[in-house]
Design a protein around this ligand. Structure first.
Ligand code: UDX
Length: 434
């Protein structure tokens, strides 16, 4: 099928590359000329395991092309996916100006029946507005349908998630658009047992915000348990593992830590709060999720300060800067909050992250960056673990102990084995445990 993706960011680029790998013809469009130039050469503009290979193969087979030309993108495809960003406004509402601009472009160039798909995370009723906008700005009477098809990919796992989704959600208002979308998704599903939920457009729009709010709530619940465990001297890992074994609850997304970050959860729950406001629904549930999440990093920082007493002049190593492993994304990364506080209080910060350091260099120019975690740890008076990269799980604890001036670990992700660390002589502080 001929598909186009307007907006070659995280969602557009990864989804386009996956559909190209299945034999569809893909046009990925973006207004950023520099980005398109790089993509045309097969250079990845984001860090995502497996993506570069898909791009190279897609370019070699001719299944994927990149352009800034919006007219061609619209004219030469059966299905147009809107994948532009929907950043939060000051007040938390999703800023839909880019979506609106795409709708106006579509109005201008639409010359025959097409399906327009909202793929970006947008508030309920966006599809309705997109439809109205296209109708308002179009001078021809061309038939089209707007479909909502939310994307649930996780950064760092995007390729796998797109090709093996837990479910596919298609919000469509008529048979024609529904059947075309089903035909497309059958090429992903093949003989796998993946449920497809066909819903109204509005329900589909709500599913994405609902799912992300629920996941964020699970994490905040875990962090609430961690908080009480720290005060009552119980062990949050033991408590949460046992809670999660109830099949109705499930063990996933119950890991306490220093709070969720990234581009999705913080933004989506804020936008969902605004949706609740618009529809006259009380949002204290979301306020609680946010406040527990903020407390998670604040508690961690307080713990560090309490144990180290004076931060001024102390050499402190922070391992992991990205908001989670397997990504270089540092948006709302709790590590940055931790570093800022320690730095502002006079600590000398030494950091390592396998891929996110170049991005952090644009934010903090006065901290020390190391290409090797052992070098970052060397001579430090505390080790702070902020992102659970696999390579940190393999660190030689004996070597760490020998390299540190005072062997204290603040493990924000409960990555190390507490008993092993204590046996080696470390002072160990995990989350939700002593
Ligand atoms: C999320 C959703 O998972 C995805 O479905 C949606 O499309 C976009 O938002 P992503 O932002 O890539 O994806 O990250 P995810 O892997 O979900 O992790 C989010 C945050 O939660 C990370 O900061 C992670 O460290 C944290 N987290 C996750 C916890 O603190 N504890 C957990 O148990 C799980």
């Amino acid at each position: 099928m001929k598909l186009s993706f307007i907006g070659s960011g995280y969602v557009g680029l990864t989804t386009g590359a996956c559909f190209a790998s299945l034999g569809h013809h893909i046009i990925c469009q973006d207004i950023d000329e520099q980005k398109i130039r790089k993509l045309k050469k097969g250079e990845c503009t984001i860090f995502e395991p497996g993506l570069e290979d898909l791009l190279k193969n897609g370019l070699a087979s001719g299944n994927i092309e990149f352009t800034t030309n919006i007219k061609r993108t619209i004219r030469e495809s059966e299905i147009i996916f809107i994948c532009v960003n929907t950043p939060p406004k000051e007040d938390g509402h999703a800023d839909l100006r880019f979506v609106e601009r795409v709708a106006r472009d579509i109005a201008r160039y639409l010359d025959e029946y097409k399906i327009i798909v909202d793929k970006s995370t947008v508030p309920i009723r966006t599809a309705e507005k997109v439809k109205e906008t296209i109708e308002r700005y179009s001078d021809k009477k061309v038939n089209f349908d707007v479909v909502s098809n939310p994307e649930f990919l996780r950064e760092g796992n995007a390729i796998f998630d797109i090709l093996n989704p837990d479910r596919v959600v298609i919000g469509a208002e008529n048979e024609r658009s529904k059947n075309t979308m089903l035909r497309l998704y059958k090429t992903i599903i093949k003989d796998k047992k993946i449920p497809i939920k066909i819903t109204s457009v509005k329900s589909a729009e709500l599913i994405k915000h609902g799912a992300n709010t629920f996941l964020a709530a699970k994490i905040s619940f875990a962090n609430l348990i961690a908080e009480v465990c720290e005060n009552a001297q119980a062990d949050a890992s033991e408590v949460l593992e046992a809670i999660g074994l109830d099949e109705r609850i499930g063990t996933q997304f119950l890991r306490p830590g220093i709070g969720f970050g990234g581009s999705c959860f913080p933004k989506d729950i804020k936008a969902f709060k605004k949706t609740l406001e618009v529809f006259g629904v009380n949002h204290s549930f979301i306020d609680a999720i946010e406040s527990i999440n903020n407390r998670a990093s604040e508690r961690f920082i307080k713990k560090i300060e309490k144990m180290l007493w004076v931060l001024d002049g102390k050499s402190i190593c922070v391992l992991g800067l990205a908001f989670k492993p397997n990504t270089d994304d540092i948006r709302n990364a709790p590590a940055l909050k931790v570093i800022k506080y320690l730095k502002d209080n006079g600590a000398k910060i030494r950091v390592h992250d396998p891929v996110a350091m170049p991005k952090v260099k644009n934010i903090f120019s006065d901290i020390l960056y190391f290409e090797n975690p052992y070098e970052a740890i060397s001579g430090s008076e505390a080790l702070i673990m902020c992102t659970e990269w696999d390579e940190y799980k393999k660190l030689d604890m004996k070597k760490l102990f020998a390299l540190m001036v005072t062997p204290i670990i603040f493990d924000g992700r409960n990555l190390f084995n507490r008993n092993e660390a204590k046996k080696l002589g470390f002072k160990y502080h995990g989350v939700g445990k002593q």
